[in-house]
Design a protein around this ligand. Structure first.
Ligand code: SME
Length: 158
């Protein structure tokens, strides 16, 4: 049975360092990808209280919303569209300090001010993206990129 998440206060780095072993514990030995994606977004949401955190999964050459926590979201995003579709097309992490300055940003919630999107790879192909939205401007930096990239590597897409 899962234990309660141990949520800590501290620097962003300390929070990620506390969270990563717990995410390993939650996902290790579980092969169901939906279960693992759901627990990862729940753990991130509980620790950081971000506005929206979730996965979009590549299906039939589109991104389709997967497990997430936060307000209801756009269901499908095309390759190259918005921050998520751009991260997928470029196969790289994108940090948006101010969503109003990102051409083509898809506003699922009017509260979103900044965003980070991290691609998830399987065999060098992007199979999903992790999208995190904040109601604060300039909320994400390289620390988030580094740790979120580590976290998505713990997910074994089958
Ligand atoms: N803002 C994203 C769309 C997804 S929602 O914010 C949950 C984008 O521009 O790709």
């Amino acid at each position: 049975m899962a234990e309660d998440l141990h949520v800590i206060r501290g620097t962003k780095q300390e929070q990620y360092q506390s969270l990563i072993p717990q995410i390993k514990g939650l996902t290790e030995g579980e092969t169901d990808i939906t279960a693992n994606l759901a627990n990862v977004v729940a753990a991130l949401k509980e620790q950081f209280k971000w506005l929206w955190v979730g996965f979009y999964i590549v299906k039939n050459n589109e991104l389709v919303v997967g497990p997430f926590q936060g307000p209801v979201a756009c269901t499908r995003i095309k390759k190259g569209k918005g921050v998520c579709g751009t991260s997928w097309a470029q196969a790289k992490t994108i940090i948006v300090e101010d969503v109003e300055k990102f051409p083509g940003h898809i506003a699922c919630s009017s509260l979103t001010r900044s965003e980070i999107v991290v691609p998830v790879f399987k065999d060098n192909e992007v199979v999903a993206v992790l999208d995190v939205d904040s109601e604060h401007l300039d909320h994400f930096n390289e620390t988030d990129a580094t740790y979120l990239e580590q976290i998505v590597k713990l997910l074994a897409f089958g």
